[in-house]
Write a new protein. Structure first.
Length: 138
C-alpha cells in the first residue's frame, strides 16, 4: 500500500461501560451524548462514550481513561491491512489497544498513560501521519 494513513488524536478521554445484555434504557442513557458506540452480544451490552458525559443509568462496570486515534478517512470495506498497519507497531512496543469500527472509519483506543508513547510510535511509521483532532463536543 502506498498511501499514508491519516490519524487524528481526539482530545477527549473515553470510557467503556458494561451493562446487562437485556438493558432496556439505552436510548435514555445516550440520547444527549455527542459521540457513542454500542455493542450487544449474547452476554453483555458495551457502551463507549466520552468520559465527561454523565450517564443516566449506572453501568455494571466501567473502564475509564481511554484516548482515541481516529482514522481520518472514509474506509472502503474492500481495503485490507489498514488496522494491521496501525496496531502492529503498537503491539511491537507493548501498547494494548481497543478498536472500534463504524461504517465509515475506524478508531484505535489506547490507555491515557500510553498515549504519548503510542503517538511517538505511530509518528515514527513512514506511512502514518498523526495530528490533533477536534473534540466530539464541538
Amino acid at each position: 500500500m502506498s498511501f499514508t494513513i491519516q490519524l487524528k488524536i481526539l482530545p477527549d478521554p473515553f470510557s467503556v461501560h458494561q451493562y446487562d445484555r437485556d438493558f432496556r434504557r439505552l436510548l435514555e442513557v445516550v440520547q444527549d451524548a455527542p459521540w457513542y458506540t454500542v455493542s450487544k452480544t449474547t452476554s453483555e451490552l458495551s457502551l463507549i462514550v466520552p468520559s465527561q458525559f454523565t450517564l443516566a443509568a449506572e453501568p455494571n462496570k466501567t473502564e475509564a481513561g481511554w484516548r482515541m486515534f481516529q482514522v481520518d478517512a472514509q474506509m472502503d470495506f474492500g481495503l485490507v491491512g489498514i488496522l494491521a498497519r496501525i496496531v502492529s507497531p503498537l503491539k511491537d512496543h507493548g501498547i494494548p489497544v481497543f478498536v472500534v469500527s463504524t461504517f465509515d472509519t475506524d478508531y484505535v483506543m489506547v490507555k491515557e498513560d500510553t498515549l504519548a508513547k503510542a503517538s511517538e510510535v505511530l509518528q515514527d511509521q513512514k506511512d502514518i501521519s498523526v495530528t490533533p483532532g477536534v473534540s466530539v463536543f464541538e
